[in-house]
Design a protein around this ligand. Structure first.
Ligand SMILES: [Zn+2]
Length: 423
């Protein structure tokens, strides 16, 4: 892009431009920096093609780069911010679990339902039975829903196949869905979600070995991250450690579902192996969070999923405030999936993160944009409004950042721009 190329799109007169810029570079926002980035009053964002060219106060808008071909978007009285980044979803699956909702309301726990063959395993049956075309159609429908909420990048985990062919299909369907529409999709392999019925007798270690031997080598270059559910009823700590070590040796980035229902030490273990994120963390202690922050020099992101304890009717939420105060970078995501969070409303997740985890509005916004981008290794090109990044920009029907978590459950999105194109 020439330094003086005419602007193709200018979003102007915004009451507030939430840039997410101005913090330390080269690592996620942590500690006081999480809520202390630059907000421009009466500002603009200018794009050239698919890239952000300039961001600043209206007084500094370079009129010489406006031409009759420049499209302008008036954002008077509105908030402008980067497209949201969903760094933890289970996008591709068959069926749904509405039939388990009443069981949950009657008091059956997540692990009770899983142990009785329901939960993840019932989605596995529906997913194995679905054709590639059906799975793709479902994924595209969900991506359309995410886009309406202003989500412009989505991480998508496999994990409802639990056999070689279906797991490969899920990763490939996610990638294909990303190519079919504008929201960018980042596939993660979560074959180690739970132990499938076929390996019930052989156990978690044997199933993990099967994945390492038969499936992971096929996914090099297709799935960027490998994830595992370290929990009672899923994979114990020693199996998870060995699995992640081997996945790292094969060249994958690492993620973990850990400390969701019990404190097994999965987050610290994975962070010690260089995991890019540790996810759930409802039972992670502030002391362990501090050790992770120190050990990883603030590079591992704790992904908080506040809609999950809400939907599972649990009282324990990750102590996000204490994590931030301990210097651990945090992100917020929905964990969209058919069992523990059938919601794509990341705005609602931000509100619950404030209400139940102690985040401030500016911290919550950073957690669902720039830090979420860090959690999937995309901070170089999304998550903030800075020249050179992909032009993923939202205009909200709100006047200030303080309103974002306040209008509980609403979708505040007026306009969605992805790669410089108004959707
Ligand atoms: Zn998950």
């Amino acid at each position: 892009m020439a330094a003086s190329a005419p602007y193709s799109l200018v979003i102007q007169h915004a009451a507030q431009v939430l840039t997410l810029a101005g913090g330390p570079t080269g690592r996620p926002l942590a500690g006081p920096d999480l809520g202390r980035w630059r907000i421009i009053e009466n500002g603009y964002v200018a794009c050239v093609g698919d890239t952000i060219a300039a961001v600043g106060p209206m007084a500094e808008l370079d009129a010489a780069r406006l031409t009759p071909a420049t499209r302008t978007l008036d954002a008077s009285g509105r908030v402008v911010l980067p497209g949201l980044v969903e760094c933890h979803t289970h996008l591709v699956f068959g069926g749904n679990r509405a039939h388990e909702f009443e069981r949950k309301l009657r008091g059956e726990s997540y692990l009770d339902i899983l142990a009785s063959g329901g939960g993840i395993l019932s989605t596995v049956l529906a997913t194995r039975a679905a054709s590639g075309g059906e799975l793709l159609a479902n994924a595209l429908q969900h991506l359309e829903g995410f886009r309406r909420y202003g989500v412009t990048t989505v991480e998508a985990k496999s994990g409802y196949g639990l056999d070689r062919d279906t797991e490969l299909r899920l990763v490939r369907v996610a990638a294909e869905a990303g190519r079919c529409q504008p929201v960018r999709v980042v596939p993660t392999f979560l074959g180690a979600h739970v132990v499938p019925p076929e390996f019930k007798a052989a156990g978690p270690a044997a199933y993990a070995d099967f994945l390492l031997r038969e499936v992971l080598p096929e996914l090099r270059g297709e799935a960027e991250f490998v994830d595992i559910f370290c929990e009672e009823g899923a994979f114990p700590l020693n199996v998870a450690r060995r699995y992640l070590e081997q996945a790292r040796a094969l060249g994958f980035g690492l993620k973990i579902h850990a400390e969701q229902l019990h404190d097994l030490g999965g987050c610290e273990m994975a962070a010690g192996l260089g995991a890019i994120s540790v996810d759930h963390c409802d039972y992670l202690t502030p002391a362990a969070a501090g050790r992770i922050a120190q050990q990883t020099q603030g590079r591992t992101v704790a992904v908080l999923l506040p809609l999950v304890p809400l939907f599972l009717r649990q009282e324990t939420y990750a102590p996000g405030r204490a994590f931030i105060d301990a210097g651990l970078p945090v992100a917020v995501s929905t964990d969209f999936n058919p069992g523990s969070c059938p919601s794509k409303n990341l705005w609602l997740a931000l509100s619950v993160a404030c209400l139940k985890m102690g985040l401030t509005p500016t911290e919550a916004v950073a957690a669902a944009t720039l830090n979420a981008a860090w959690a999937i290794n995309r901070a170089a090109d999304c998550g903030s409004l800075e020249p050179g990044k992909r032009a993923d920009v939202l205009v909200l029907n709100l006047g200030s950042v303080a309103e974002i978590p306040y209008w509980l459950g609403e979708n505040p999105v007026r306009d969605v721009v992805i790669g410089g194109a108004l959707q």
